[in-house]
Each structure stands twice: as C-alpha cells, then as structure tokens.
Design a protein around this ligand. Structure first.
Ligand SMILES: Nc1ncnc2c1ncn2[C@@H]1O[C@H](COP(=O)(O)OP(=O)(O)OP(=O)(O)O)[C@@H](O)[C@H]1O
Ligand SMILES: [Mg+2]
Length: 263
C-alpha cells in the first residue's frame, strides 16, 4: 500500500562552481516518491545520482527548485531540524560501508543512537537487535576488518535501521559486493519494503534495479524515459499515474523475506 508523498522534488537544479567552471549536476528534476514505495535510480557515471541522493538525504541543498520531505519544504528548516531528520528519519547506506574501523559491529551500529541521545543500555540492546535482524547476531563484537564485505554492508544496513527510519537511501549499496552478498542485501531491502518502509536505491546494476517496484533513469542531470510509462508517470506526479502504474509488491517475483545466518 502506497501512502502520502514522502519525497516531492519540483524542478530541482544543482550546480557546483569550482573556479571558473560551473557543473550543472542536476538540471530541473521533478519526482514524487510515496511512502512505502521502492524506487531504483539508474544512470551512467557522472549523471547526478549521488548529487540527487545528497539532496534527498538533506546532506546538501538544491541550487533552485523545491524539495518537500514528508510535506516539509526543506529550505525552510533550520540546520538543527535537518540534522534531526538525517539522524532519525533517514537511514543511509553507502557503497564504501563507511564503518569506523576501530569500533566493533555493535559500536558502529549504535552511533546514530549516540547522536540521538539514547541511553547506554538501550543503545546496546537496539544495536544488537538491528544486527540480529540482518543475520549478524553472532558477529556483534567483530571489527570491520574481521568481517567479509557483505557482512560489513549488513552492519551498515543495521546502522541505517537502528533509528527505525521511514526512508532508506542507498547509494550503490552492492557496488563492492560479490553476487551472493548482493543477494543478501537485496533480500534485506525486499524485507524493509515489505515492512512498509520507503526505499530509494541508486545503482548501475539492472539486477539491483529489477528488484525495486519501479526504476527511473538519469542522464546529464535530467530524468530519462527509458521504457515509457513507469518513468513518465514518475516525472509527471500531477497525472497521478505514478502510484497506479508502479507494480505493487505482489507483482514482484518472490524473494526470501529473511536471510540466513552469516556464512
Ligand atoms: N562536490 C562537488 N563539486 C564539484 N562538482 C561535483 C561535486 N560532486 C559532484 N560533482 C559533479 O557533478 C556531476 C554529477 O556527479 P555525481 O557524483 O552526482 O554523479 P553520479 O551519477 O553519482 O556518478 P557515479 O555513478 O560515478 O557515482 C559530475 O560531473 C561531478 O563531477
Ligand atoms: Mg555516485
């Protein structure tokens, strides 16, 4: 079931100026994503995908155009409000895992709760619970270099989930993983989607995009319309076709809803 719009981008542009050179990374992008949706964003290197993800995650702001997140125009929010949104309402997953090497798995996972001011015991309990939910209950005291790449990415998914955010943003989450670990992460994302969370995954890989409810493609900072209806519906939210044309989760092929224990 898709809910209210959680992401509403209207004619978003983003330019970077370095010296005399201006790079237009996003050139007028409009997109609506509803609560509970699972969207893949595809596009070649340099097309603006990470720039888009930074804007969606309130890590950066558009040069022009508007971004409403859960109904709030982010340009009206204070830095403190944005920090709170990044910490509690959004879970980030990156290609490079971004784990702190000196900390054990559960210490990495508890970090967002430290920033959120949650007490010590509750932090540990919730960090372990999140690690168990990604199949890493027996690796809580391992440091990143004592884990496989796939396991490290599962730790970073646990870290993204520990604050129970409604929106998961993932930038090339399987870019550094082998096919077995990729499947583990995709199964986790399927599970999150089935739990009703909104998932936006940026990827080069069709295998990854195929798991989403629908995909859009960016080229040179603009949304493309690769296969007609789905992307067109996403570009024109007024048409109301977006939610209607996206296949419902039940149309998707069966995927495991939980993953096995760590290998
Ligand atoms: N901080 C920055 N300062 C200046 N230019 C930037 C900055 N970040 C990105 N760019 C430029 O903006 C354009 C889009 O970059 P972006 O990182 O969004 O691409 P991408 O689609 O994520 O590429 P990739 O698939 O390689 O990760 C590129 O031309 C890039 O050089
Ligand atoms: Mg990128």
């Amino acid at each position: 079931m898709l809910g209210e719009p959680i992401i509403e981008l209207d004619d978003v542009r983003k330019s970077y100026v370095i010296g005399d050179i201006e790079v237009q990374a996003l050139r007028g992008l409009s997109l609506t994503v509803r609560e509970g949706d699972y969207l893949a964003v595809m596009g070649p290197s340099g097309s603006g995908k990470s720039t888009l993800m930074h804007i969606l995650g309130c890590l950066d702001i558009p040069t022009s155009g508007s971004y409403r997140l859960a109904g709030d125009d982010v340009s009206t929010l204070t830095e403190a409000q944005l920090a709170e949104i990044r910490n509690r309402r959004i879970g980030f997953v990156f290609q490079q895992f971004n784990l702190l090497p000196s900390l054990t798995a559960w210490r990495n996972v508890e970090l967002p709760l430290v920033y959120a001011g949650v007490g010590r015991e509750e932090r540990k309990r919730r960090a372990i619970e999140a690690l168990e939910s990604v199949g890493l209950g027996s690796r809580i005291d391992h440091r990143p270099n004592e884990l496989s790449g796939g396991q490290q990415q599962r730790v970073s998914v646990a870290r993204a989930l520990v604050t129970k955010p409604s929106l998961i943003l993932a930038d090339e989450p399987t870019g550094n993983l082998d096919s077995v670990s990729t499947e583990d992460i995709l199964a986790l994302f399927d599970e999150l989607h089935q739990q009703g969370r909104t998932v936006v995954v940026i990827t080069h890989e069709h295998e990854v995009a195929d798991r989403a409810a629908y995909a859009v493609s960016i080229r040179d900072g603009e949304l493309q319309d690769p296969d007609g209806v789905l992307a067109a519906a996403a570009i024109v939210p007024e048409a109301g076709a977006h939610a209607a044309s996206a296949p419902s989760p039940t149309d998707l092929p069966d995927h495991p809803t939980s993953i096995g224990d760590e290998r």
